[in-house]
Ligand binder design. Structure first.
Ligand code: GTP
Ligand code: MG
Length: 197
């Protein structure tokens, strides 16, 4: 899909703030600093529509971005950021769960994990939780450019094994080299029933 229009809609913390229409939504989940906002910016070829930061844990709200008036990305607050209080973390957890449980617009979930590391305990919990509730995510391995060729292959094997998924359900991704951009778009096209290029 050629992106002609991409706009920030709202930074929401609760259900009553969600956009009130039937547009499909594509959700980005992953730990803090993994590259969720960069993933959105890369797909839509904008430098900074989704705010990126070198400061982990900065995105504390659910940010909705509308693309071509056809679908929205929902950039979720990152989990697993140690410096946030337990109370704060529980609040985010509830916010994300509320969305995932109740939102009719939900069309696909990307779970982003860092290529350079083993999936964290939080990554595994998130994955299992999604599978349990029948929202099998497409796993995106971020920052792939930071790995050597040998480590890239090992990392991919490791991810498929850890989550027990097929290699075709994992997208190696880089906001720098744009690896995986087309594959991610294909997932979105399928999820929203788009049949153009
Ligand atoms: P929070 O909103 O804090 O949860 O973070 P986020 O998941 O949205 O991560 P963000 O996109 O802000 O990226 C965090 C940092 O990683 C930034 O400094 C990005 O420039 C960097 N980064 C993201 N993706 C990539 C990538 O594919 N390659 C490289 N080399 N750096 C990346
Ligand atoms: Mg972010």
């Amino acid at each position: 899909m050629k992106v002609k229009q991409a706009e920030f809609v709202i930074s929401a913390v609760s259900e009553k703030q969600y956009p009130d229409d039937a547009l499909p939504e594509i959700v980005l989940l992953g730990r803090s600093n993994v590259g969720k906002s960069s993933f959105v910016n890369t797909l839509i070829s904008r430098k900074n529509l989704a705010r990126t930061s070198s400061q982990p844990g900065k995105t504390q709200t659910m940010n909705f971005y509308q693309i071509n008036d056809m679908f929205r990305f929902v950039d979720m607050p990152g989990y697993g950021y140690a410096k946030v209080s337990k109370k704060e973390r529980e609040k985010w957890g509830r916010m994300i769960e509320d969305y995932l449980h109740n939102r009719q617009n939900l069309s696909a979930v990307f779970l982003l994990v860092d290529s350079r590391h083993e999936p964290t305990e939080d990554d595994r919990l998130m994955f299992d939780w999604l599978v349990y509730y029948d929202m099998v995510p497409v796993v995106v391995m971020t920052k792939y450019d930071k790995l050597s060729k040998t480590r890239q292959r090992k990392a991919k094997d490791n991810i498929t094994k850890t989550f027990g998924i097929r290699s075709s359900d994992v997208i190696p991704f880089s906001a720098v080299s744009k690896t995986g951009k087309n594959e991610a778009w294909e997932v979105i096209h399928t999820a929203i029933g788009y049949e153009g290029d």
